[in-house]
Design a protein around this ligand. Structure first.
Ligand code: IPM
Ligand code: SF4
Length: 466
């Protein structure tokens, strides 16, 4: 019977079939950050257990790290405690660790692929919901809770229920001025934040094939915002090219056999998906969110929706609340929404391609005087180094942007980078929840090019006409 890529990876990892679609699955790789690991290490210590395969783990601090003045004491005692716990735990358990002052440090979902640790066909977990990012390489990658982190550390397995197969095909050609972020937002806008529940989404079609690895990561990163267990893209020449020569990638002697195994992972001709969604990529426009859920998207050419336009009463009620929180009025053109702060970063959009896209818009222009602060936070030290080698930092700094050290930063404000109450933030991150970027802050999700254009204009603007 023809199989999907998800079926194949699942079957390759079953240790024990427990019936009813439940199985004990072997976990190949595990990424660890400071927020969701302290209790897991503590649990191991208390039960006198060790880590089954220390070589399956890379640990890195990212959420709490300050993005400036790293030589000074961390102002937040909770962050300090978590960062200290991570460095002590990795030493005690003998794990690969990328400390804060290492050029390779960065957001866990940026550094995994960058180090070649993320590979096609593997099962990869992390105590973090955006682990779906790694599906861009054809890895079965998903977020787990802290108790599962401990379980994987101790046993290298997880008991899981198999998800359903869903395929989202994006046809046609992406219009000028649109990027992977707009594709991700368009999909969530179409299927909703519950659209992928209990499913693994395989992204396919010419638009997906045309995306770079960075773009595919942006797309899979947001699979979780559509409620999916994981996102997947079939590995191809771009995937192999990206991985070749990276520190953890297969070495010369094993490379060819790895590639032929990876080539066999793609979904077989005629495999049946439980659900198929087709989106016309040529209809996608640069998108902006107006509400407090990632599904609340409108094209930049559009207006804030009328509450009465939602047929579902629950959605009507939440739209009403969102508009009050966001300080927007029904029918307001999106280009009239002001921007007080700009954040270009996060595991969604902090890779070199994202910084290049922002710099291309910003070059020779100045950040609007109404913008309090415009931040660019590269996803890793290596991204930062590359951007600086290309002179992108200079373009950004000359325009009035702040150029920072890598980390999660204002994506979730677990560090000193926060937006103020009532401020509208043009943000390249993935969640626009209430107070996500600081108490009372109003997040609008956009692509890097759209965030850059908003910084210059001081309000949202169509980057295609900019
Ligand atoms: C802190 C962590 C548990 C959390 C997650 O799992 O996603 C964070 O990364 C986020 O983006 O909200
Ligand atoms: S950048 Fe944001 S979404 Fe990504 S791991 Fe960090 S906090 Fe979570």
């Amino acid at each position: 019977m023809p199989k999907t890529m998800y079926d194949k990876i699942w079957e390759n990892h079953v240790v024990e079939d427990r019936g009813n679609g439940v199985a004990l699955l072997y976990i190949d790789r595990h990424l660890v950050h400071e927020v969701t690991s302290p209790q897991a290490f503590e649990g191991l210590r208390q039960s006198g257990r060790t880590i089954h395969r220390p070589d399956s783990i890379i640990a890195v601090p990212d959420h709490n790290v300050p993005t400036k003045d790293r030589h000074l004491p961390n102002p937040d005692p909770m962050s300090t405690a978590q960062l200290k716990a991570l460095s002590e735990n990795v030493a005690e358990f003998g794990l690969d660790y990328i400390p804060m002052d290492d050029i390779r440090q960065g957001i866990v979902h940026v550094i995994g692929p960058e180090q070649g640790f993320t590979q096609p066909g593997v099962t990869l977990v992390c105590g973090d919901s955006h682990t779906s990012t790694h599906g861009a390489f054809g890895a079965l990658a998903f977020g787990i809770g802290t108790s599962e982190v401990e379980h994987v550390m101790a046993t290298q397995t997880l008991q899981l229920k198999k998800s359903k197969n869903m395929r989202v095909t994006v046809t046609g050609e992406l219009p000028e001025g649109c990027s992977a972020k707009d594709v991700a937002l368009a999909i969530i806008g179409a299927i909703g934040t519950g659209g992928g529940t209990a499913q693994v989404i395989e992204y396919a079609g010419p638009v997906i094939e045309g995306l770079s690895m960075e773009g595919r990561m942006t797309l899979c990163n947001m699979a979780i915002e559509a409620g999916a267990r994981a996102g997947l893209v079939a590995p191809d020449e771009k995937t192999f090219e990206y991985l070749k020569g990276r520190p953890y990638a297969p070495k010369a002697g094993q490379w060819n056999s790895a590639v032929s195994f990876w080539e066999g992972l793609k979904t077989d001709e005629g495999a049946v998906f439980d659900r198929e969604v087709v989106i016309d990529g040529s209809e996608i426009a640069p998108l902006v969110t107006w509400g407090t859920s990632p599904e609340d998207v409108v094209p930049i050419t559009g207006t804030v929706p009328m509450v009465a336009s939602f047929s579902d009463p629950a959605k009507r009620e939440s739209a009403e609340k969102s508009l009050v929180y966001m300080g927007l009025r029904e029918g307001q053109p999106m280009t009239e929404v002001p921007v007080d702060r700009v954040f270009i970063g996060s595991c969604t959009n902090s890779r070199i391609e994202d910084i290049r896209a922002a710099a291309a818009v910003i070059k020779g222009r100045k950040v609007s005087s109404r913008v309090i602060e415009a931040l660019v936070v590269p996803g890793s030290g290596l991204v930062k180094e590359q951007a600086e080698a290309e002179g992108l930092d200079k373009i950004l700094i000359e325009a009035g942007f702040l150029w920072r050290e890598p980390g999660c930063s204002m994506c979730l404000a677990m560090n000193p980078d926060k937006a103020g109450k009532g401020e509208h933030v043009a943000s390249t991150s993935n969640r626009n929840f209430v107070s996500r970027q600081g108490p009372g802050a109003r997040t609008h999700l956009v692509s890097p090019a759209m965030a850059a254009a908003a910084a210059i204009a001081g309000h949202f603007v169509d980057v295609r006409k900019f």
